[in-house]
Design a protein around this ligand. Sequence first.
Ligand code: NDP
Length: 242
Amino acid sequence: MEDKKWALVTGGSRGIGRATCAEMARAGYNVVINYKSNEPAAQETLRLVKEAGGDGEIVQFDVVDAAATQAVLARLLKEHKIHALVNNAGITADGLFAMMPRQNWQSVIQTSLDGFYNVTKPILMSMLRVKKGCSIVTIASVSGIIGNRGQANYSAAKAGLIGASKALAKEIARLGIRVNVVAPGLIETEMIKDAPRDIILQLIPMERIGMPEEVARVVRFLCSDDASYITGQVISVNGGMV
Ligand code: NDP
């Protein structure tokens, strides 16, 4: 069992994270599924991971909570070597900047950027002992590339993730640890349940919303040896939006 590589997916309980957990299991990984509050959803992801031929473990922590994240990851890293980290946990709190409460600014930035720091730092320290074949993939957004009206907080957070990933990629490329970003466009998950579909569809050249599995397959590729010479890149999965 321990011969298999382990992947950690933050926000693995739903949406893109869930599809990524299943896809990584299909690719031969065992998967650590992180969630914040929806335990039944995380259990369903675990079921899908097992159905896909992987073993799995569920870990609850809020990526914004540095102490809780550190405590869980310290225990986890004693039990497993993590070869693939997928920083997927993210939230939106949309609204025009002129009316945006500080709380909406902070919660979105903290979830993305503090979350990146809190999770990536300890995992990286452990990857530095394994090096070869380790990979970090972070989920940003088309909003972080072109900006989006009503999403100054989210666009800032996702652009920040792109900058952090590009810098980290340069710092550790020579060690054989690759760092990349996937930037989805509109993907069919709970996150976009209130989005105005008729308006959105006009912005997508492929004239459809993407599926979580279409993002997950790119994450799996970037974690695999097939992507052995790819680091510091942002791969858009958006039906041709940019
Ligand atoms: P969902 O809202 O469907 O799922 C969000 C996931 O993140 C859940 O598993 C949730 O856990 C978890 N999560 C949220 N906050 C935290 C936290 N503080 N700590 C730990 N876990 C947390 O979102 P999507 O699947 O749509 O989004 C996944 C990623 O993709 C996000 O980073 C998002 O910004 C990005 N993205 C999504 C797009 C889309 O159109 N859907 C487009 C572009 C990017 P729980 O179930 O416990 O609440």
